[in-house]
Design a protein around this ligand. Structure first.
Ligand SMILES: Nc1ncnc2c1ncn2[C@@H]1O[C@H](COP(=O)(O)OP(=O)(O)OP(=O)(O)O)[C@@H](O)[C@H]1O
Length: 259
């Protein structure tokens, strides 16, 4: 078996007296899209924030490509290869597409061997190649991100993940604020990232969408992972039973009856 792109083992997280994550484990293979679902407050965002270096777990471990990680900041996580794409993206609105992809590390060239200058030809070429790779329709890569649509903004974040060779991309409710066509594009991009060998975590509420785009789905309920199955082997009804705690209650009842 290949080494998982991401492996989370036994993560616990408390905020004061509140236990928000309890012994959560998951694995995402390279090229796999794992859906994460659960009711409001189930702990999905907190889990993603632990993985992306925003919060530190109280216990448990995170391995990226088989290597144990200890992130002190989101920057640490990004440098290690974990890119997060939020619904409200952390893009620099007033900067153009290129600046948002290169994050201040644009290709440079030396003028007459002395003064370093932006290598605009290389920048244009790289952006065009990236956008073509994800089949994104951004007419002019020099557009300010502020002037892009929601779906185009997602495309910029995805291009950035590709450029920086992310190992894992977290898409946290990426389609929540998008129109139908844009939603389709973002779903397609999730599959394209997986096609590049990236492990994708896809958090969402729309089960039709989740079952369509994800290879596997896990359900969070009150801070625990209560279910994990291949999309082809589960259904909306089954996921809802776990999301609402019914399946859990049934198991407990069966255990009481047949201890
Ligand atoms: N910084 C924090 N301090 C205290 N409690 C928090 C903090 N962040 C989250 N929580 C609590 O942790 C629980 C899980 O929240 P989380 O946002 O992870 O859930 P979620 O599954 O992502 O929900 P949603 O679908 O609504 O985004 C909630 O009860 C929330 O109030």
């Amino acid at each position: 078996m290949s080494v998982p792109a991401l492996e989370v083992r036994g993560v616990d997280k408390r905020f004061g007296a509140v236990e928000v994550l309890r012994d959560v484990s998951l694995e995402v293979a390279p090229g796999e899209v794992l859906g994460v679902v659960g009711d409001n407050g189930a702990g999905k965002s907190t889990l993603m924030k632990v993985i992306s270096g925003v919060h530190r777990a109280d216990s448990g471990s995170i391995r990226l490509g088989g290597e144990e990680m200890s992130f002190r900041s989101p920057r640490d996580a990004r440098n290690a290869g974990i890119e997060t794409i939020y619904q409200d993206l952390a893009l620099a609105d007033h900067l153009d597409v290129g600046a948002n992809i290169f994050l201040g590390r644009e290709p440079m060239r030396r003028f007459m061997g002395l003064v370093p200058m932006l290598d605009e030809r290389k920048i244009h070429g790289e952006i065009a190649a990236l956008l073509a790779r994800i089949e994104s329709h951004i007419p002019d890569p020099m557009t300010r991100v502020l002037d892009l649509s929601g779906g185009q903004r997602q495309a910029v974040a995805i291009a950035r993940a590709l450029y920086w060779r992310a190992k894992v991309v977290i898409m946290d409710e990426p389609t929540a604020a998008l129109a139908v066509m844009e939603t389709e594009n973002v779903l397609k991009m999730a599959r394209q990232l997986a096609g590049e060998g990236i492990g994708v975590l896809f958090i969402g509420h729309n089960l039709v969408e989740i079952l369509k785009v994800c290879d596997r789905v896990m359900v969070m309920y009150r801070g625990r992972k209560v279910f994990d199955a291949r999309s082809a082997e589960t259904s909306q009804t089954e996921l809802i039973r776990y999301m609402t705690g019914y399946a859990d209650a049934e198991t407990n009842e069966a255990e009481r009856e047949h201890p």
